[in-house]
Structures are given as C-alpha cells and as structure tokens.
Design a protein around this ligand. Structure first.
Ligand code: ZN
Length: 291
C-alpha cells in the first residue's frame, strides 16, 4: 500500500492507496486541529494505521504549499501555514509511520495527478498551471515530473511579463502573478477574487475589464510555457479555473493568436478535472513514482 497526504492551510487529508494508485480510503481533519508539524505526523500515522488493516505501507508522499525543500523534505516558510516554518515534515512523518516519506510541492503533484488521472490522460508532455490566489505550476516530461536542479521548475507565476512592472512579493518586477494572481487582483479591487469573478460573470463591466486583462496576461503565460516546453496539453486548475466560461475562450484565443506557435504545435488547453481530490491523487502518484 501507499499513502498520500494533502496538507493545506485549511485541511489535512490522507489517502491510502494500492500500488496501482487506486485509493481505498480517505481521512481528513482541519489543519488547526493537528496543532503543528509533530501533531500532523502523529495524526497521519494514526489514520494510516486505521486505514491499512494488515497491509504494509511502503511509501508516503506529502503535498504541501511552498516554498519548500523537496530534496531535504522540509518546509521553508509557507504563507498559509504560519508557525510551520522549517518543519522537517518528511522526517517527522517517516518516523511516525515507519515508511519512507517524500515531500513535494502541491502544484507539482497536481500536475502529476492531472497527467495520470485527470485532464492530461493520454498526453506525453504536460504543463499544469494552478491559477488561484497565486499562480504555480508543474511540468511533466515523458510522464515524469520535472523538478529542475533545485526542485523549483514550473514556477510559472514568477516568469516575468514586464521588467518595468509592479514589484511582486517574490522581489522581482512584473511577474505573471502580479498581473493575474487572485491576491493581486483582489488588492486592485479591494474585494476577494471570488467576488470579482462573480461580478464579472453577472456582467459587471468594470469587473469584466479586470478579469479580461488578467486573462490576457495568463494567455501570454500560456504562450511562454508553450514556447519553452512544447507540451501536448496545458491543464489549468485552481480557483479561477472555475470561471472557465469567462476565461477559457480568451486563453484559447491567446494561444490561437500566436502566429509563431501555429496550429501544428498548438497544445490542447484543458480545464483541470480532479477538483479538490487533486492533492491526494497527486501525492499517491508521487509515492508510486518513487517506489
Ligand atoms: Zn514573482
């Protein structure tokens, strides 16, 4: 058996799965209820123990928001897990469960999940973009998650669109995330991004203009990743992808509008399919990939 853990700012979830990836049981709890990294490791171990029956768990993989150090299995300073800075999560969970444990960025695991079980099934090379409060991504090349030299490949949100643009929280100027990330859109309007998208969907002209502008920048992002990776498929997930009717056609038009990319090598653009299961599925697939 394998176990996948999806650690988020709101919930921690664990899935037990067979080595073919089929999930056989799920447990969840509010992140606040586990108290911290050590408490989380103990909670995960208790759930795994409960769900596994007599089977042996051979690998555990944890997906978490970044920034994190996947090589050493440590969190760095994730914004939505205050107090968890520097936590050696992989080691804590390995000790509690007795199984070798891996830590990976949640957006990268989402790429793997959509590749194996979601909108990217049947593709060979896939780029996944999570379009939400921030913008993250993951790259799958020939069926393998591409991590890069330091584990940070796929940071689509911090590709620079305009070197003279506004300062991003990351310290660079004019990142894609500054122009299209939900938190930055919310800062422009003084309302949460969800409200902005609701207003745009109901035809509010000002909201529509802001959303269209953000989608224009995301379209540039799609052209950039296409030119970099030449994927078969780009999958867009995250909260903003729920407004697909609003943004999907514009993203498609952006890709079609690039004379350089052209029809022959234009990737299929798809909306993510796994919804809130994506984190667990991705963690299970990462455990499988590292068996
Ligand atoms: Zn940035």
């Amino acid at each position: 058996m394998l176990a996948g853990v999806d650690l988020g700012g709101t919930q921690v979830r664990v899935a037990l799965a067979r080595t073919d990836g089929r999930i056989t049981g799920i447990a969840k709890t509010p992140t606040a209820a586990v108290g911290g990294p050590q408490g989380m490791a103990e909670w995960v171990a208790a759930q795994v123990d409960h769900l596994r029956g007599r089977a042996k768990v051979r690998r555990v993989a944890i997906g978490s928001p970044g920034p994190l150090d996947a090589v050493h299995g440590k969190l760095v300073n994730p914004a939505n897990l205050p107090g968890w800075e520097g936590a050696p999560l992989a080691a804590l969970v390995a000790r509690a469960t007795g199984a070798p444990t891996l830590l990976q960025h949640d957006a990268k695991l989402a790429a793997l999940a959509e590749y194996h079980r979601g909108a990217g099934r049947g593709s060979r090379h896939l780029v996944y973009i999570t379009w939400s409060t921030g913008i993250g991504g993951g790259v799958v090349i020939d069926g393998q998650l591409f991590s890069g030299a330091h584990g940070s490949a796929g940071e689509v949100g911090h590709t620079i669109i305009d070197p003279d643009g506004p300062l991003d929280a990351c310290g660079q100027r004019g990142c894609l995330e500054v122009f299209a990330g939900g938190n930055n859109l919310a800062r422009q309007t003084g309302e949460p991004a969800a409200q902005l998208f609701e207003a745009a969907e109901s035809g509010d002209a000002e909201a529509l203009a802001i959303v269209r502008r953000a989608a224009t920048y995301m379209g540039v992002g799609l052209i950039n990743v296409t030119n970099l990776f030449d994927p078969d498929v780009i999958v867009v997930g995250g909260g903003i992808s729920r407004s697909w009717k609003l943004v999907g056609p514009q993203l498609e038009a952006a890709l079609r509008g690039s004379p350089f990319i052209g029809a022959a090598r234009r990737p299929a653009l798809r909306r993510a399919r796994l919804g809130d299961k994506v984190g667990l599925v991705g963690a299970v697939e990462w455990a499988r990939a590292n068996l």
